[in-house]
Ligand binder design. Structure first.
Ligand code: OGA
Ligand code: NI
Length: 397
């Protein structure tokens, strides 16, 4: 069998690089070979947990009740050890903010494909707004059945926000009325913003509102996580450095003609610190626990929170960055919105000193977050990346 040259591989992929939605909308009713998972990765019913076992749900209102706070913090710590995942309710992010965010996300994916492709980039290291499909389509052998839009949301500077989609207009338009944005916006931009006069009264239900509100939630969760590890409340956020990296990732999974053959998102752990995921009412997310895939049931109004590789390393393996994947259905599309709260680019990450002693030697070597990311994006392969930074001491996962 001949070896495909890099250019012929790209040629072979070209019909699929514009996304899955455009194919499905065009009437595609079979799963093309490029999306067919190797047999061992496919949706294998026998390994999906059949009963009602579910990841913990934590009521965050308890964090502001001094009597109940220690219990809530202990519950968060236990969830991070056993599952690496939990759902949160009463998290303080207004329903209007989450609903509006989902609405503009749907609107974005409904745009003509040419308009979305204006944000297409060939490298995952692109810092700009990026529309794409699969995971890393220029590297992936098998494609994931997913389209996405990804962009940084920290800092909320003019340079950053102006690279976000101009359409739907409400995606960033109302940003001109936000106090945070005005702090950063240049006077020129502020004055020349035609939208300003009309949007000043608009409610702040946009991607900026969303990332600010979810960013605050992350900070409060990091305080709880620090305390759960016996550290001072500000420890973890400080360890992430400034400005810490934050990405918003909008995932769109079109219905699939044969969900048994393809995956929405292949098994992976998240590269960063913590991830806050908003899912719509369609299920699909599954978490690996004791060799079984556990479905994460959509809970109206809740966020799914999960530990990323950096928190696993900082906690010296106490908290688990657990593999998860997205399975498909043939009926309806699924939308999810992830905010990745990560260390800053240059932060040196290693197990926290305070958590180490003779019986707890460091399980991971130190590295910069930017190096780790380069390695991670080269290939999506379960937990291969975190294994590559293990010390010779035996880690439990
Ligand atoms: C991710 C992810 C899950 C989902 O974007 O890293 O795991 O439900 N998403 O879309
Ligand atoms: Ni993930």
């Amino acid at each position: 069998m001949g070896v495909l040259s890099a250019s012929s591989t790209v040629e072979h992929k070209r019909p699929y690089l514009r996304g899955v939605k455009v194919l499905v909308d065009g009437g595609m009713d079979i799963v093309p070979d490029i999306y067919i998972q190797p047999e061992h990765q496919r949706l294998c019913k026998s390994k999906v947990c059949p009963d009602t076992q579910d990841i913990p749900v934590i009521d965050l209102r308890e964090l502001s009740n001094s009597g109940n706070r220690p219990k809530a913090i202990a519950a968060i710590g236990q969830a991070c050890q056993k599952w690496g995942f939990f759902q949160v309710t009463n998290h303080g992010v207004p329903v209007a903010t989450t609903e509006k965010m989902k609405e503009v996300a749907y609107e974005f994916f409904e745009l003509p494909v040419e308009e979305k492709m204006a944000y297409h980039a060939t490298s995952m290291s692109s810092k700009m707004t990026m529309y794409g499909t699969s995971f890393n389509p220029y590297e992936d052998k098998t494609f994931d059945w997913r389209d996405y839009l990804r962009h940084s949301c920290n800092p909320l500077s003019e340079e950053n926000v102006s690279s976000w989609p101009a359409n739907p207009p409400s995606y960033r338009q109302a940003t001109h009325s936000t106090h945070t944005f005005l702090r950063f916006a240049s006077l020129h931009f502020y004055k020349s913003s035609k939208a300003y006069s009309v949007s000043v009264c608009t409610s702040r239900e946009t991607a900026v509102n969303y990332s600010e509100a979810v960013g605050s939630l992350c900070k409060s969760l990091l305080r709880a996580l620090s305390e759960s590890l016996g550290l001072s409340p500000e420890f973890l956020d400080a360890a992430f450095g400034t400005p810490n990296e934050r990405f918003l990732l909008l995932n769109y999974y079109p219905p699939c003609p044969d969900p048994a053959l393809a995956l929405g998102l292949s098994s992976h752990s998240d590269v960063g610190g913590i991830t806050i995921l908003l899912q719509d009412a369609t299920s699909g997310l599954q978490v690996l626990n004791d060799g079984q895939w556990i479905p994460v049931k959509p809970l109206p109004g809740a966020f799914v929170v999960n530990v990323g590789d950096q928190l696993q390393v900082l906690s010296n393996g106490k908290y688990k960055s657990v593999e998860h994947r997205v399975v498909l259905n043939s009926e309806c599309p699924r939308l999810s919105i992830a905010l990745f709260y990560n260390p800053s680019f240059n932060t040196v990450v290693s197990p926290v000193e305070e958590l180490l002693d003779e019986s707890h030697p460091p399980l991971y070597k130190e590295f910069t977050f930017s190096d780790y990311k380069k390695r991670f994006y080269a290939k999506l392969d379960g937990k291969a990346c975190i294994r590559s930074v293990q010390t010779t001491v035996e880690a439990s996962s």
